[in-house]
Design a protein around this ligand. Structure first.
Ligand code: NAD
Ligand code: ZN
Length: 242
């Protein structure tokens, strides 16, 4: 309780608080995380299926996995953790969210300033002409969805072997440099370069508040306050203290 109160006080008096979120925040919405997960990721090794080379060379095979993922994402709804972060933006406690998730749940919860560090699965991009389509514009039952130009359509998410979109990278860096508080929620902090942000923030004196069901590589090294528990529960408790 003491730690929760201290974290709430830090958020309340922050000048520029931001959140860095990962797959863990969406687990309670029914989307499994990569690590320590069940279901989809046991069937499909994400490092094999989510690599750009795999997609380009075996699009039909990768689209089988993508269709299953799409079904899961279509059904998912924001959980209380997403809703609390959206409310904090409206109440001016939170300035931005840098998310590694591609599930659109922060936006669905009402958050506006969401930096999509790994893209968004509700858009598709043509690998040949770069045209962007909304997911609903495309018939995903085709074994390999194609653009009218003949190019392969790929979810507009960052696969292994691809670069972070430059705009997201610049926006994220600016937010990290400006922040005096960073909430790190549901990320194992094992995927670069997003996992460098807590270290960067800490370097210029920001307070790091971490929420996770398990300690991570950050917990001992950079985290100031570790709040162990499910994102929805911990964030709801924090919100009640603000
Ligand atoms: P990760 O799978 O590496 O780690 C998830 C973390 O969440 C773990 O540390 C775990 O202990 C924690 N966690 C699990 N359930 C939780 C809960 N209820 N509350 C709080 N914490 C919980 O996820 P990552 O660090 O985001 O990296 C995986 C990569 O895969 C990301 O880059 C992301 O783009 C992608 N991914 C996205 C989604 C999504 O969009 N929802 C889902 C899976 C993977
Ligand atoms: Zn095209």
């Amino acid at each position: 309780m003491q730690k929760l109160k201290e974290a709430a006080r830090i958020i309340q008096f922050a000048d520029f608080a931001i959140a860095l979120t990962g797959a863990g925040i969406s687990v309670e919405s029914g989307i499994p995380a990569f690590r320590g997960a069940q279901g989809l990721w046991q069937k499909y090794d994400p490092f094999e299926y989510a690599h750009i080379e795999a997609f380009v060379h075996h699009p039909a095979k990768v689209w089988e996995m993508l269709r299953e993922l799409d079904l899961i994402m279509q059904k998912a709804r924001p959980n209380p953790a997403h809703l609390v972060l959206a409310a904090w933006e409206r109440e001016n406690y939170l300035k931005a969210i840098i998310t590694q998730n591609v599930d659109n749940l922060h936006q669905a919860a009402g958050s506006k300033n969401v930096i999509e560090f790994h893209g968004n699965a509700f858009r598709l991009r043509c690998l040949k002409c770069d045209r962007i389509y909304a997911r609903d514009e495309i018939d995903l039952t085709q074994s390999v969805p194609l653009c009218p130009c003949g190019g392969l359509l790929k979810p507009d998410v960052v696969f292994f072997g691809e670069n972070i979109p430059i705009e997201a990278l610049l926006e994220a860096k600016a937010a990290v440099n400006a922040c005096d508080v960073m909430l790190v929620v549901g990320t194992s902090a094992e995927v670069a370069p997003a996992n460098t942000f807590p270290w960067e923030a800490k370097k210029h004196g920001a307070k790091i508040i971490e929420i996770n069901i398990n300690p991570t590589v950050l917990t001992e090294e950079v985290t100031d306050i570790f709040l162990e528990g499910r994102a929805s529960e911990v964030l709801t408790q924090l919100a009640q203290l603000l």
